[in-house]
Design a protein around this ligand. Structure first.
Ligand code: XMP
Length: 516
């Protein structure tokens, strides 16, 4: 394990991902963790992340000297670099010489483990106020910039390395190489964290955890629950039963994808509950977004509980249903450990968000994985591309993409319009460029149009293509006009009730990705 010590910026997760891209397993720990506890994890290397503080600020996070003295290779990045410098007797000044953004870096490679094989002059990404002016004793300065005399240093004997720049961001041209040099050459690690090894490790862990008992899993049609279920299926076969609640709010073809393609690929036992009528009844007459979300969440739990009770009742007594599979991902684990109180903007309904009084033990085979790794595992397990590469889709489904009351007729209209938009985006090869593209039906709005010499009085749909890294912030995607034109022409021609197609050009914030 490589430990990434999080000094409170958003960089730690990115560093952990880059380490894993180098096929080395990494884990994030908070900087408040005592050194003894970090070292007890027996790390093969430690990386100190950047952070928002100045090392001189009151209450700035620090690191125990012990970390540098245990013989574990350490790489300090940005704040971690400065902390390393001050802790080991170097000098960091508040010079006022700030560097921010792409910056040319001069490196002296002859004596460098980190920079070997990279150009003398390279572009790196900087983001700091304080600057290091003297390296600790025994360290060699290996890079500098116009502003900063000591932009990197190394002590190869003690396996301690530091860089002022952010090697983890893509604007640092040789960043990944520098990181890999630290991992492979500095720390002597080998790239062995592969998709195959992840699958093997998880399958073994699941077998060990579940034994001869049974497990259930709620499938949502999304990537996470599908991959989690497929992994558990691989491990324990028919001891697993999946439940798919069809709430009638899915997009065109999605329920069939789960019912047919997923089952064909995995051989999983699947119980499909067709609850569309029940959801639509409960939603009848309701237009308020929060209200809709609550109703959908509540009904989901009720339907799932009933299905689960039937499965539990049907299990043999020597193999009781004792486990619930959830597709929790590593960022959720890291973030819930961080305990930051972010405002509840929308009450999110997750298929995983099941009641707390369930008498099950959780099986969470994706707890260690980032999203891209989950997709790779899905591929390795032979899941269909449409499931593995699926873009995010909210738990409440199309129910929160109809502004106004949700009815069967309106769902049909939106489903058709959405299917056309998706088809055209896929045909234009844009699926990987956009994060997701909600299509929203403004069901209570009407406008006058003309078609075939006749007056129409139809509804508008809104296209909401966005690009994003994590859905916390987003920008509207600059889709090619010809693609937009094709989508617009097809929707207005093929979906009789829709006579206008509009484009949402709002970023998040101030907008959110979904309209409700
Ligand atoms: P917003 O609209 O808050 O959406 O900018 C951020 C991301 O979350 C998805 N989303 C949900 N996902 N249950 C989910 O599982 C929900 O209730 C839900 N609401 C929004 C949304 O599609 C986007 O990717």
């Amino acid at each position: 394990t490589v430990l990434v010590v999080d000094f409170g910026a958003q960089y730690a997760q990115l560093i952990a991902r880059r380490v894993r891209e180098a096929r080395v397993y990494s884990e994030i720990v908070p900087s408040t963790m005592p050194a003894a506890e970090m070292l007890a994890k027996n790390p093969k290397a430690i990386i100190l992340s950047g952070g928002p503080s100045s090392v001189y600020a009151e209450g700035a996070p620090s690191i125990d000297r012990e970390v540098f003295e245990a013989g574990v290779p350490v790489l300090g990045i940005c704040y971690g670099f400065q902390l390393m410098a001050t802790t080991l007797g170097g000098t960091v000044d508040n010079t006022g010489s700030r560097e921010y953004g792409a910056t040319p870096l001069s490196v002296s490679k002859s004596s460098s483990t980190l920079f070997e094989g990279t150009p003398d002059e390279q572009q790196v990404w900087m983001s700091h106020g304080d600057a290091c002016s003297a390296a600790p004793e025994g360290f060699t300065v290996t890079a500098s910039t116009n502003q900063v005399p000591v932009a990197a240093f190394e002590n190869d004997e003690r396996k301690l390395y530091g860089i002022q720049h952010h090697c983890e961001v893509m604007h640092s041209t040789y960043g990944q190489q520098v990181l890999e040099h630290f991992l492979y050459r500095g720390a002597g690690l080998t790239p062995s964290w592969t998709t195959e090894s992840i699958v093997d490790e998880q399958v073994a862990a699941i077998r060990e955890q579940v034994g001869s008992k049974r497990a259930i899993c709620a499938l949502s049609g999304g990537v996470d629950s599908a991959v989690a279920a497929a992994l558990v299926q691989r491990a324990i076969g028919d001891q697993l039963t999946c439940v798919y609640v069809d709430h009638g709010l899915m997009r065109k073809g999605e329920t069939e994808q789960v019912e047919k393609d997923f089952v064909a690929a995995t051989g999983v036992q699947l119980k499909v509950v067709d609850a569309a009528d029940r959801f639509l009844d409960a939603l009848s007459g309701v237009s308020d977004p929060e209200q809709k979300r609550k109703i959908i969440g509540r009904e989901f739990i009720r339907v799932f509980e009933q299905a689960q009770a039937e499965i539990v009742a049907g299990a043999p007594s020597d193999e009781p249903v004792a486990f619930l599979v959830q597709g929790t991902l590593y960022p959720d684990v890291v973030e819930s450990g961080g305990g930051t109180g972010t405002a509840n903007i929308k009450s999110h309904h997750n298929v995983g968000g099941l009641p707390e009084d369930l008498e099950f033990e959780l099986v969470e085979p994706l707890r260690k994985l980032f999203k891209d790794e989950v997709r790779m595992v899905g591929q390795e397990l032979g899941l269909p591309e449409e499931i593995v590469q699926r873009q995010p889709f909210p738990g409440p489904g199309l129910g929160i993409r109809i502004v106004g009351e949700v009815t069967r007729e309106r769902l049909d209209v939106l489903r058709e319009a959405d299917a056309i938009a998706r088809e055209e985006l896929t045909a234009a090869g844009l699926d990987r460029d956009i994060w997701q593209c909600p299509v929203v039906l403004l069901a209570d709005v009407r406008s006058v149009g003309v078609q075939g010499d006749a007056r129409t009085y139809g509804h508008p749909v809104v296209l909401r293509p966005v690009s994003s890294e994590d859905a916390m912030t987003a920008d509207w995607s600059r889709l090619p006009y010809d693609v937009l034109a094709r989508i617009s022409t097809r929707i207005t021609n093929e979906v009789a009730e829709v006579n206008r197609v509009t484009l949402d050009v709002t970023s998040k914030p101030p907008g959110t990705i979904e309209w409700e």
